[in-house]
Design a binder for this molecule. Structure first.
Ligand SMILES: Nc1ncnc2c1ncn2[C@@H]1O[C@H](COP(=O)(O)OP(=O)(O)OP(=O)(O)O)[C@@H](O)[C@H]1O
Length: 256
Protein backbone atom coordinates (compact mmCIF):
# COMPACT_ATOMS: atom_id res chain seq x y z
CA UNK A 1 0.00 0.00 0.00
CA UNK A 2 1.39 3.43 -0.85
CA UNK A 3 2.38 5.54 2.16
CA UNK A 4 0.04 8.32 0.99
CA UNK A 5 -2.93 5.99 1.16
CA UNK A 6 -2.76 5.55 4.92
CA UNK A 7 -4.84 8.68 5.46
CA UNK A 8 -7.15 10.67 3.24
CA UNK A 9 -7.59 10.12 -0.48
CA UNK A 10 -4.84 8.87 -2.74
CA UNK A 11 -5.74 8.51 -6.41
CA UNK A 12 -2.93 7.40 -8.68
CA UNK A 13 -2.54 7.17 -12.45
CA UNK A 14 -6.26 7.63 -13.09
CA UNK A 15 -6.79 7.18 -16.82
CA UNK A 16 -10.11 7.53 -18.64
CA UNK A 17 -10.72 7.37 -22.39
CA UNK A 18 -13.96 8.42 -24.08
CA UNK A 19 -13.54 7.10 -27.61
CA UNK A 20 -10.61 9.06 -29.00
CA UNK A 21 -10.56 11.54 -26.09
CA UNK A 22 -8.07 10.87 -23.30
CA UNK A 23 -10.14 12.67 -20.65
CA UNK A 24 -7.80 11.73 -17.75
CA UNK A 25 -4.19 10.84 -18.48
CA UNK A 26 -2.46 9.24 -15.46
CA UNK A 27 -3.86 11.75 -12.98
CA UNK A 28 -2.41 11.41 -9.48
CA UNK A 29 -3.91 13.45 -6.66
CA UNK A 30 -3.91 13.38 -2.84
CA UNK A 31 -6.27 14.90 -0.30
CA UNK A 32 -5.13 14.93 3.30
CA UNK A 33 -7.73 14.89 6.10
CA UNK A 34 -8.42 18.39 7.34
CA UNK A 35 -7.40 20.00 4.05
CA UNK A 36 -9.36 21.66 1.27
CA UNK A 37 -7.69 20.74 -2.01
CA UNK A 38 -8.64 22.50 -5.23
CA UNK A 39 -8.90 21.01 -8.71
CA UNK A 40 -9.06 23.64 -11.41
CA UNK A 41 -8.56 23.89 -15.14
CA UNK A 42 -10.28 25.11 -18.29
CA UNK A 43 -13.59 23.72 -19.53
CA UNK A 44 -13.10 20.17 -20.77
CA UNK A 45 -9.81 19.70 -18.87
CA UNK A 46 -11.10 16.51 -17.24
CA UNK A 47 -12.05 17.61 -13.72
CA UNK A 48 -15.53 16.07 -13.58
CA UNK A 49 -14.21 12.96 -15.30
CA UNK A 50 -11.70 12.61 -12.45
CA UNK A 51 -14.49 12.82 -9.84
CA UNK A 52 -16.56 10.32 -11.86
CA UNK A 53 -13.56 7.96 -12.02
CA UNK A 54 -12.74 8.20 -8.31
CA UNK A 55 -16.36 7.69 -7.26
CA UNK A 56 -16.89 4.83 -9.71
CA UNK A 57 -19.31 6.51 -12.11
CA UNK A 58 -17.07 5.99 -15.13
CA UNK A 59 -14.70 3.18 -16.07
CA UNK A 60 -11.08 4.07 -15.29
CA UNK A 61 -7.61 2.65 -14.92
CA UNK A 62 -5.52 3.48 -11.88
CA UNK A 63 -5.90 3.10 -8.14
CA UNK A 64 -8.13 4.82 -5.60
CA UNK A 65 -7.32 4.56 -1.89
CA UNK A 66 -9.25 6.07 0.99
CA UNK A 67 -7.82 5.87 4.49
CA UNK A 68 -5.84 2.79 3.60
CA UNK A 69 -8.64 0.95 1.81
CA UNK A 70 -8.44 0.31 -1.91
CA UNK A 71 -11.70 1.30 -3.60
CA UNK A 72 -11.14 1.24 -7.35
CA UNK A 73 -12.64 -2.18 -7.88
CA UNK A 74 -15.81 -1.38 -5.92
CA UNK A 75 -19.20 -0.24 -7.23
CA UNK A 76 -20.14 3.43 -6.65
CA UNK A 77 -22.47 2.69 -3.71
CA UNK A 78 -19.74 0.70 -1.97
CA UNK A 79 -17.27 3.54 -2.49
CA UNK A 80 -19.84 5.87 -0.97
CA UNK A 81 -20.32 3.50 1.97
CA UNK A 82 -16.55 3.51 2.41
CA UNK A 83 -16.67 7.28 2.80
CA UNK A 84 -16.47 8.97 -0.60
CA UNK A 85 -19.27 11.53 -0.94
CA UNK A 86 -19.80 13.74 -3.95
CA UNK A 87 -21.99 16.52 -5.22
CA UNK A 88 -23.09 16.84 -8.84
CA UNK A 89 -22.77 19.86 -11.09
CA UNK A 90 -26.55 19.87 -11.48
CA UNK A 91 -27.23 19.60 -7.77
CA UNK A 92 -30.64 21.23 -7.60
CA UNK A 93 -32.75 20.68 -4.53
CA UNK A 94 -36.37 19.50 -4.50
CA UNK A 95 -37.82 22.99 -4.21
CA UNK A 96 -41.11 21.97 -2.51
CA UNK A 97 -39.49 19.82 0.17
CA UNK A 98 -38.03 21.05 3.42
CA UNK A 99 -34.30 21.18 3.96
CA UNK A 100 -34.53 18.11 6.21
CA UNK A 101 -36.42 16.17 3.56
CA UNK A 102 -33.90 17.15 0.88
CA UNK A 103 -31.12 15.75 3.01
CA UNK A 104 -32.96 12.55 3.81
CA UNK A 105 -33.70 11.89 0.12
CA UNK A 106 -29.98 11.80 -0.50
CA UNK A 107 -29.06 9.97 2.65
CA UNK A 108 -31.23 6.92 2.28
CA UNK A 109 -31.51 4.57 -0.65
CA UNK A 110 -35.09 4.34 -1.86
CA UNK A 111 -35.79 8.05 -2.22
CA UNK A 112 -38.97 9.70 -1.05
CA UNK A 113 -40.79 6.60 0.19
CA UNK A 114 -37.93 5.99 2.57
CA UNK A 115 -37.89 9.62 3.64
CA UNK A 116 -41.29 9.33 5.26
CA UNK A 117 -40.26 6.16 6.97
CA UNK A 118 -37.04 7.71 8.19
CA UNK A 119 -38.51 11.00 9.24
CA UNK A 120 -41.72 9.74 10.81
CA UNK A 121 -40.96 6.08 11.54
CA UNK A 122 -37.51 6.56 13.05
CA UNK A 123 -37.67 10.19 13.98
CA UNK A 124 -34.69 10.18 16.32
CA UNK A 125 -32.09 8.74 13.98
CA UNK A 126 -33.27 10.82 11.03
CA UNK A 127 -33.40 14.08 12.95
CA UNK A 128 -29.99 13.43 14.52
CA UNK A 129 -28.48 12.95 11.10
CA UNK A 130 -30.13 16.05 9.67
CA UNK A 131 -29.27 18.19 12.68
CA UNK A 132 -25.63 17.11 12.60
CA UNK A 133 -25.00 17.88 8.96
CA UNK A 134 -26.94 21.15 9.10
CA UNK A 135 -24.93 22.28 12.11
CA UNK A 136 -21.73 21.50 10.22
CA UNK A 137 -22.69 23.60 7.21
CA UNK A 138 -23.97 26.43 9.41
CA UNK A 139 -27.70 26.00 8.76
CA UNK A 140 -28.82 24.64 12.12
CA UNK A 141 -32.06 26.64 12.09
CA UNK A 142 -33.13 25.81 8.53
CA UNK A 143 -34.32 22.24 9.03
CA UNK A 144 -38.01 22.95 8.40
CA UNK A 145 -37.50 25.68 5.80
CA UNK A 146 -38.91 24.91 2.35
CA UNK A 147 -35.97 24.73 -0.05
CA UNK A 148 -37.33 27.36 -2.46
CA UNK A 149 -37.31 29.92 0.38
CA UNK A 150 -33.54 29.61 0.90
CA UNK A 151 -31.01 31.99 -0.63
CA UNK A 152 -28.89 30.52 -3.40
CA UNK A 153 -25.92 30.37 -1.01
CA UNK A 154 -27.99 28.44 1.52
CA UNK A 155 -29.19 26.06 -1.20
CA UNK A 156 -25.58 25.32 -2.13
CA UNK A 157 -24.81 24.57 1.50
CA UNK A 158 -27.77 22.17 1.64
CA UNK A 159 -26.21 20.49 -1.41
CA UNK A 160 -23.01 20.02 0.57
CA UNK A 161 -25.03 18.80 3.56
CA UNK A 162 -26.68 16.22 1.32
CA UNK A 163 -23.27 14.93 0.25
CA UNK A 164 -22.25 14.73 3.90
CA UNK A 165 -25.38 12.89 4.99
CA UNK A 166 -24.08 9.41 4.25
CA UNK A 167 -21.09 8.02 6.02
CA UNK A 168 -18.89 11.00 5.47
CA UNK A 169 -15.19 10.49 4.89
CA UNK A 170 -14.16 12.73 2.07
CA UNK A 171 -16.21 15.24 0.14
CA UNK A 172 -15.82 15.76 -3.59
CA UNK A 173 -17.58 18.99 -4.49
CA UNK A 174 -18.13 19.61 -8.21
CA UNK A 175 -18.79 23.31 -8.74
CA UNK A 176 -20.70 23.73 -5.47
CA UNK A 177 -20.49 27.52 -5.60
CA UNK A 178 -21.69 28.05 -9.18
CA UNK A 179 -23.98 31.06 -9.34
CA UNK A 180 -23.06 32.54 -5.96
CA UNK A 181 -22.25 36.23 -5.68
CA UNK A 182 -18.98 37.24 -4.05
CA UNK A 183 -20.46 37.69 -0.56
CA UNK A 184 -22.18 34.30 -0.70
CA UNK A 185 -19.01 32.75 -2.07
CA UNK A 186 -16.96 34.18 0.83
CA UNK A 187 -19.45 32.80 3.36
CA UNK A 188 -19.39 29.47 1.56
CA UNK A 189 -15.57 29.42 1.74
CA UNK A 190 -15.74 29.96 5.48
CA UNK A 191 -18.05 26.97 5.89
CA UNK A 192 -15.80 24.81 3.71
CA UNK A 193 -12.85 25.57 5.96
CA UNK A 194 -14.92 24.61 8.99
CA UNK A 195 -16.09 21.39 7.30
CA UNK A 196 -12.51 20.43 6.38
CA UNK A 197 -11.20 21.32 9.83
CA UNK A 198 -13.86 19.03 11.29
CA UNK A 199 -12.05 16.00 9.88
CA UNK A 200 -12.79 14.81 6.38
CA UNK A 201 -10.83 16.33 3.55
CA UNK A 202 -12.54 18.24 0.77
CA UNK A 203 -11.77 18.19 -2.96
CA UNK A 204 -13.17 21.37 -4.46
CA UNK A 205 -13.75 21.88 -8.17
CA UNK A 206 -14.84 25.37 -9.07
CA UNK A 207 -14.33 28.06 -11.67
CA UNK A 208 -14.45 30.79 -9.01
CA UNK A 209 -10.72 31.48 -8.73
CA UNK A 210 -10.91 33.73 -5.72
CA UNK A 211 -12.88 31.01 -3.89
CA UNK A 212 -10.50 28.20 -4.87
CA UNK A 213 -7.24 30.07 -4.37
CA UNK A 214 -8.53 31.73 -1.21
CA UNK A 215 -9.83 28.63 0.57
CA UNK A 216 -7.59 25.76 -0.56
CA UNK A 217 -4.48 24.45 1.15
CA UNK A 218 -3.23 22.97 -2.10
CA UNK A 219 -4.28 23.17 -5.72
CA UNK A 220 -4.03 20.86 -8.71
CA UNK A 221 -4.35 22.30 -12.18
CA UNK A 222 -5.43 20.16 -15.13
CA UNK A 223 -5.21 20.80 -18.83
CA UNK A 224 -6.12 18.35 -21.62
CA UNK A 225 -6.58 15.51 -19.13
CA UNK A 226 -3.21 15.92 -17.40
CA UNK A 227 -2.13 17.48 -14.11
CA UNK A 228 0.14 20.37 -15.11
CA UNK A 229 0.64 21.81 -11.61
CA UNK A 230 0.37 20.78 -7.95
CA UNK A 231 1.25 23.17 -5.16
CA UNK A 232 0.00 25.96 -2.95
CA UNK A 233 -2.35 28.68 -4.22
CA UNK A 234 0.51 31.19 -3.88
CA UNK A 235 2.72 29.03 -6.10
CA UNK A 236 -0.13 28.55 -8.58
CA UNK A 237 -0.56 32.27 -9.02
CA UNK A 238 3.10 32.61 -9.98
CA UNK A 239 3.41 29.49 -12.15
CA UNK A 240 3.72 30.52 -15.80
CA UNK A 241 2.16 27.28 -17.11
CA UNK A 242 -0.87 27.72 -14.84
CA UNK A 243 -1.32 31.33 -15.75
CA UNK A 244 -1.03 30.52 -19.46
CA UNK A 245 -3.31 27.48 -19.33
CA UNK A 246 -6.04 28.70 -17.11
CA UNK A 247 -6.24 32.40 -16.90
CA UNK A 248 -4.24 33.78 -19.75
CA UNK A 249 -3.50 36.76 -17.52
CA UNK A 250 -1.50 36.99 -14.26
CA UNK A 251 -3.59 36.09 -11.22
CA UNK A 252 -4.32 38.54 -8.45
CA UNK A 253 -1.65 38.63 -5.77
CA UNK A 254 -4.24 38.69 -2.97
CA UNK A 255 -4.85 35.84 -0.52
CA UNK A 256 -1.10 34.93 -0.37
N1 LIG B 1 -19.59 10.78 -21.00
C1 LIG B 1 -18.72 11.28 -21.87
N2 LIG B 1 -18.63 10.78 -23.12
C2 LIG B 1 -17.74 11.28 -24.02
N3 LIG B 1 -16.88 12.28 -23.74
C3 LIG B 1 -16.94 12.83 -22.52
C4 LIG B 1 -17.85 12.36 -21.53
N4 LIG B 1 -17.67 13.10 -20.41
C5 LIG B 1 -16.70 13.98 -20.69
N5 LIG B 1 -16.25 13.82 -21.94
C6 LIG B 1 -15.15 14.56 -22.59
O1 LIG B 1 -14.03 14.42 -21.74
C7 LIG B 1 -13.31 15.65 -21.66
C8 LIG B 1 -13.24 16.10 -20.21
O2 LIG B 1 -14.54 16.52 -19.80
P1 LIG B 1 -14.88 16.93 -18.29
O3 LIG B 1 -16.35 17.16 -18.23
O4 LIG B 1 -14.30 15.93 -17.37
O5 LIG B 1 -14.10 18.30 -18.16
P2 LIG B 1 -14.22 19.41 -17.00
O6 LIG B 1 -12.83 19.86 -16.72
O7 LIG B 1 -15.00 18.89 -15.87
O8 LIG B 1 -15.00 20.57 -17.76
P3 LIG B 1 -16.01 21.69 -17.15
O9 LIG B 1 -15.17 22.66 -16.40
O10 LIG B 1 -16.59 22.29 -18.40
O11 LIG B 1 -17.05 20.99 -16.31
C9 LIG B 1 -14.02 16.63 -22.58
O12 LIG B 1 -13.38 16.58 -23.84
C10 LIG B 1 -15.42 16.07 -22.66
O13 LIG B 1 -16.04 16.42 -23.87
Amino acid sequence: MPVEAEAGLHASDITVSYGGVLANDRVTLDVTPGQVVGLIGPNGAGKTTFVDAVTGFTAAEGQVWLAGTRLDELAPHHRRAAGLSRTWQSGELFSNLTVAENIMVAARPGGLRRVWHDIFGRRDRASDLVANVLRTVGLADAEETIARDLTLGQQKLVGVARAMAGRCGLLLLDEPAAGLDSAESAAFAERLRAIAADGPGVLLIDHDMSLVLGVCDRVYVMEFGKVIFAGTPAQARRDPAVVAAYLGVPMEASHD
